[in-house]
Design a protein around this ligand. Structure first.
Ligand code: 5GP
Ligand code: ZN
Length: 110
């Protein structure tokens, strides 16, 4: 998608410090963290939300979650809350699927 922020981050057009990468997903810190650990995991391919991702590429969704689980072990005590805002009514503002991994666990990201 030409004008999608997370496509540009995933393909390197916009440079961010990635904290992790897997076959189908990349992870980076949320710019406005709501917990000491708060990072986003996004599929490299464009899907507008997790519902489309689950239907069209379940393997990529599993891969995304597995990457988030590994990073939560590294950057917190292994605990995490996983949130996929889906649709404007639920607060989705970036329409490229992404999981928020958040925790008050012991190890911060900085
Ligand atoms: P949503 O509200 O769509 O579920 O979540 C979008 C998230 O993306 C928000 O938590 C917001 O802080 C984060 N975000 C928006 N723009 C950027 C950006 O340019 N860089 C990073 N790292 N996070 C962003
Ligand atoms: Zn996209």
């Amino acid at each position: 998608m030409a004008d999608c922020l997370f496509c540009k981050i995933a393909n390197g057009e916009i440079q961010v410090d990635l904290i992790g990468e897997s076959t189908h997903a990349v992870a980076f810190k949320d710019i406005h963290p709501k917990q000491p650990m708060h990072f986003l995991v996004v599929p490299k391919r464009h899907f507008s939300d997790v519902a489309h991702l689950a239907t069209d590429d379940p393997e990529a969704l599993t891969d995304l979650v597995q990457l988030g689980v590994e990073l939560s072990k590294k950057h917190s005590d292994g605990s995490f809350r996983l949130q996929f805002n889906t649709g404007a009514g639920a607060g989705q503002t970036v329409f490229h699927a992404h999981g928020h991994f958040m925790s008050r666990g012991v190890v911060g990201l900085d």
